[in-house]
Design a protein around this ligand. Structure first.
Ligand code: MCN
Length: 782
């Protein structure tokens, strides 16, 4: 009997190599004659460049070349924005190296190429740049004022858009309860374990770019478009990639410039960022002001929701910048039924590093907004936060359900996930302890936070992406090749960078073809090997890429059936396929698919018209998105004397449909929840009044360590997706999306008796303490 692989907690095939350092990070790679590039970066947030003189650097020992933006102006093109969200969106010219004006601290203004990175770094000091300062534009609201200094000639508004569904005026007219809040989604800096690195080489005709990227396929197309180098002359390789979290879903200035520099000097060039350089110049995430209004009946039933966002684009529009807040446009209504919904968003230019996708991209922001509002509504009505949710959520028997924002959720069971979470959490007991602490006036108060989230992932379907003016499709490509000895080579268009696709895809293929898990290898991340792909982001890889692989397996099986029937001298319809063997029904006679692979290779006895190969390709483009959901509960102790918060317990019950590998899923949730907690309590990118980033080091930008994080209790419920044959939903971002509001709701819940109804993220001890002091001065006492 064979063991079913799908659903097994297999340890990752990748880990032996990854954990023993036998990896190929881009910075480990070397090419004969390789040189090193360092970039001189603007110290000014906004300035006109009046002179750049690189001649001093060119004369230094070990320096091979030095260039200014002007030197590269004729060939460097403009970095692409592939999501023109509205017809009139302003997409400013974005030279990879600034030529006439800098618009954020860290923008590249010149570069040095030398025999090693230290010589290159030293030589940067010999470059002279004259700047004529221009006013920094840092505050989003002020940037939109008519008299604000301009980031770009066209003004500071990138776009504005609005969606309305239902009669929103009627929903608010005479509503017994209206809750209105403004929340700030602070700016975050993605901190992948492996910093970005690029190595570019050319033989004079074609180009290879090794880069720590999530998107080698998208990048190849974009490099061709940006540089004019024909696409078929560019190969992009993402070797081992040590995390990305969205930050490597980008066409970066450094990638374009390294390619052009390799062409200029005819030698391989490498760039690896330092952590501080990375904090300055990796695209940032979040950065929104959310103004929300919720109208409800006296019994807590939601009538309508109005959402007004201002989203900081930073200085330019990068690959997906303007679309990121809009990924939340259909998600603020979340799992709740309502009569009317209105969403508006304005994208604003400021003189800061551009923002773009960061784990969850638009959906953590939306989930935070609505889940905070549900708690605020509950407080307003003096109702339990779970009760107000229950009164409004879509009941399990109502699926498939088309929401007020127009998405059709295929399946889900919010009741079941919540019931499970409540019992694991010990909700009633914790509420009793909370009441007791309140009564006793305990300086350490207990808060309980709820997040009954859903999200929209599996970024595809191409048709829907097209309707949203997204610049590309959402399909994925898979290829399955049976090798002569019966082993299997899988080629995927997905580009894992920590998600364990090699293992999960092996499990899918093992079950589909009935071959041992160990006999399968998965190739990815090199456009010369996986020639088609849309890469990894938006928790799309399993529900799009994994399914493409499954479909390719089905085609291989169809071919194998024809060959088996020929060899066994029966009709294909007389064959049954079980555990990797085609058997003539009712007999012992059969052939394994691995034997058939050898038969296809020798080709001694193939049916007429059948080619000597047992392989196939498939693309998959789902009909709809994937809608995981779950209930996260968090208990936080808040020391009202010091402002210190401590997560006491955290329970997450997620429903991601069928699971391929529970161990990987747990890892994804642990990491995701850590990232969400980090936004709630720890991380924030801070610029000073001149536009200098203050959080350029790990000492200033507070990433939580394992010691700062709680144990989390995980469990699952299972409502299979109906949109793919595996019944699976994505998980890569779920933990991040769910956890931030659960934690902040808990902090606010602890502080509510003190008259506090919000604490700005991150809820640091200082912020909590200050909120308490302000309230105390206003005379609020519990
Ligand atoms: N999986 C499963 N069963 C499910 C769902 C998923 O076994 N029902 C498995 C998949 O087979 C896959 C993994 O879980 O091995 C994640 O799958 P999926 O949800 O499809 O997400 P992606 O593979 O597309 O990964 C992208 C997602 C995103 S958008 C970010 S950001 C993120 C994340 O994954 N960045 C990560 N997880 C990360 N993990 C690491 N280590 N590093 C990052 O940069």
């Amino acid at each position: 009997m064979t063991v079913q692989e799908v659903g097994r907690p297999r340890r990752r095939k990748e880990d032996t190599r990854l954990l023993t350092g036998r990896t190929q990070w881009t910075d480990n790679l070397s090419r004969p004659g390789m040189l090193h590039v360092m970039f001189l970066r603007s110290p000014m947030a906004h300035a006109r460049i009046t002179r750049v003189d690189v001649s001093g650097a060119r004369d230094l020992p070990g320096v091979v070349a030095a260039f200014s933006g002007q030197d590269l102006a004729a060939e460097q093109g403009s970095l692409p924005c592939a999501w023109p969200v509205t017809e009139d969106v302003v997409i400013p010219d974005h030279p990879p190296m600034a030529v006439t004006e800098v618009r954020y601290v860290g923008e590249a203004v010149a570069c040095v190429i030398a025999t090693d990175r230290y010589r290159a770094a030293d030589a940067l000091d010999a470059i002279e740049v004259d700047y004529e300062p221009l006013p920094a534009v840092l505050d989003m609201n002020e940037a939109l004022a008519p008299d604000s200094p301009k980031v770009h000639e066209a003004g500071n508004k990138a776009y504005s858009m609005q969606i309305t569904s239902g009669d929103i005026e009627a929903a608010f007219r005479d509503a017994p309860v209206v809750v209105e809040r403004t929340f700030t989604q602070q700016r975050l800096i993605p901190s992948a374990m492996e910093p970005r690195a690029v190595l570019a080489d050319t033989d004079g005709e074609s180009y290879t770019l090794w880069t720590s990227s999530q998107i080698p396929h998208v990048l190849r197309v974009m490099l061709a478009v940006t540089t004019g180098i024909p696409e078929h002359k560019i190969r992009v390789v993402a070797p081992d990639v040590g995390g990305g979290f969205g930050s490597k879903l980008q066409v970066t200035a450094e990638e374009v410039l390294c390619l052009l520099l390799a062409r200029r000097i005819g030698r391989p060039v490498k760039w690896t960022e330092s952590r501080s350089e990375g904090n300055l110049t990796v695209h940032h995430g979040r950065d929104q002001i959310q103004h929300l209004r919720l109208a409800a009946d006296a019994d807590g039933r939601i009538r309508g929701l109005r959402v007004e966002l201002i989203a900081d684009m930073g200085a330019y529009l990068l690959l997906l910048t303007p679309g990121i807040p809009l990924l939340g446009a259909s998600m603020f209504n979340a799992i709740y039924k309502m009569d009317a919904y209105e969403f508006g968003c304005t994208g604003v230019f400021t003189t800061k590093m551009p923002t773009d996708a960061y784990r969850g991209a638009g959906r953590p922001e939306a989930t935070f907004g609505i889940e905070r509002m549900m708690d605020e509504l509950a407080a307003e009505l003096n109702m339990d936060p779970l009760e107000v949710r229950r009164r409004n959520w879509i009941r399990h028997e109502e699926f498939p359900y088309t929401t007020i924002s127009g998405l059709t959720y295929d399946s889900g069971n919010y009741e079941a996930a919540t019931e499970r979470a409540l019992s694991l959490f010990g909700y009633d007991k914790l509420r009793a302890e909370q009441a007791d602490r309140r009564d006793r006036g305990d300086p350490v108060q207990l808060g309980i936070g709820v997040s009954t989230y859903t999200e929209m992932c599996g970024l595809a379907p191409s048709r829907l992406l097209g309707e949203g003016r997204f610049g590309a499709g959402g399909w994925e490509h898979g290829e399955v090749r049976m090798l002569p000895t019966g082993k299997v080579e899988v080629v995927t268009g997905s580009t894992p960078h920590g998600q364990g696709h090699v293992t999960s895809w092996s499990q899918i293929v093992a079950d589909a073809l009935g071959v041992p898990f160990e006999d399968i290898t998965v190739l990815h991340g090199d456009t010369a090997i996986a020639h088609k792909g849309m890469d990894t982001y938006g928790s799309r890889s399993l529900v799009v890429g994994g399914i493409a692989v499954l479909k390719a397996c089905e085609k291989v099986k169809d071919k194998a059936r024809v060959l088996a029937a020929h060899l066994l001298e029966c009709s294909p319809d007389d064959l049954e396929f079980e555990a990797g063997t085609f058997k003539v029904r009712g007999t012992d006679s059969g052939r394994t698919i691995q034997e058939l692979a050898f038969a296809a290779f020798t080709a001694h006895n193939l049916p007429d018209g059948v080619e000597a190969r047992l392989d196939s390709v498939a693309t998959f483009d789902p009909e709809t998105y994937s809608f995981p959901h779950g209930t996260h509960l968090c208990a936080v102790e808040v020391d009202t004397e010091t402002g210190r918060t401590k997560i006491r317990s955290y329970v997450a019950v997620d429903d991601i449909g069928k699971v391929i590998n529970p161990l990987i899923v747990e890892g994804q949730l642990h990491g995701g929840i850590a990232q969400g907690i980090a936004q709630a309590l720890f991380e924030e990118a801070v610029y000073d009044a001149e536009g200098n980033l203050l959080t350029t080091t790990m000492a200033d930008y507070l990433l939580p360590s394992a010691a700062d994080l709680p144990d989390v209790t995980l469990d699952r419920t299972e409502s299979p997706a109906t949109s793919n044959p595996l019944g699976a939903k994505g998980v890569g971002e779920a933990g991040t999306i769910a956890s931030t509001p659960a934690v902040v709701n808990a902090v606010v819940d602890a502080l509510r008796p003190y008259g506090i109804d919000d604490v700005r993220m991150p809820c640091t001890p200082e912020r909590v303490w200050r909120a308490l002091q302000e309230r105390a001065q206003e005379g609020e006492r519990p």
